[in-house]
Design a protein around this ligand. Structure first.
Ligand code: DX5
Ligand code: ZN
Length: 231
């Protein structure tokens, strides 16, 4: 399989959804045809916001069959990996900036039986991921500064995705490339053309304009019109 055949996965982030009804929020994504549910964990230290932890994820796990894509925006994530694995995470992503011994952390995630991702903040160069790329299932390129939903897409992220896809093609061609932050129906084609195949969408899925299912369908349609083009 080549990178261009990696399937497009839509991963709704629940961060801007109604936290009073998380089971329904998860089920709406599942019934709306999502591929993953993206769960943003924040500690108030790595990012200037707090969200939720393993107890909430365990309840979401019970409410949906969707694979859970757990994005840890926390310092020293190695201290909590087992908690997130036992809560039902399918995939655990840690930030390169938050890990002193990133390779060890990645190994721990694999030993816990989860798929493993490594995320880079907007100002972190690609090079920070080069040596870990052969050991991971996914690289996450942040297209906003992590911490909040509904922020504006940082335009230079498209070029960063393209360069990251080239790096992955060299070192780990089956590695997924995820993009997170500010993606909507108007720019999803650009990130897909640049090589992203796992697309996080928060406020573009959970909003008052349409149902999650209608939004997911529109996003998938826009994404499928723009498959990866090598340039
Ligand atoms: C930002 C989070 C994102 C965010 C995405 O810290 O990692 O997952 O919730 O939300 P939108 O799509 O609204 O930017
Ligand atoms: Zn996220």
């Amino acid at each position: 399989m080549f990178h261009s055949q990696l399937p497009i996965k839509i991963a709704p982030s629940i961060l801007t959804a109604d936290f009073g009804h998380l089971a329904q929020v998860a089920q709406a994504a599942e019934q709306g045809g999502a591929d993953y549910l993206h769960l943003d964990v924040m500690d108030g230290r790595f990012v200037p916001n707090l969200s939720f932890g393993p107890m909430v994820i365990e309840r979401i796990r019970a409410a949906t069959a969707l694979p859970l894509d757990v994005h840890l925006m926390i310092e020293e994530p190695e201290r909590y990996l087992a908690d997130y694995a036992h809560a039902g995470a399918t995939l655990i992503t840690v930030h390169a900036e938050a890990c002193r011994h990133l390779h060890r952390t990645v190994q721990m995630i694999a030993e816990l039986g989860c798929r493993c991702g490594v995320a880079l903040n907007p100002a972190t160069p690609l090079e920070a991921a080069r040596e870990i790329v052969p050991f991971v299932d996914m690289i996450l390129v942040m297209s906003v500064n992590p911490g909040f939903g509904a922020q504006r897409f940082i335009e230079t992220s498209t070029n960063k995705l393209r360069r990251m896809r080239h790096l992955l093609d060299d070192l780990n061609p089956l590695c997924d490339l995820e993009v997170d932050g500010g993606v909507d129906v108007h720019n999803i084609d650009d990130v897909v053309r640049a090589g992203a195949n796992v697309i996080v969408v928060g406020s573009a899925v959970y909003n008052s304009r349409a149902t999650p299912g209608e939004n997911i369908a529109a996003l998938r349609e826009a994404a499928s019109r723009a498959r990866y083009q090598e340039v």
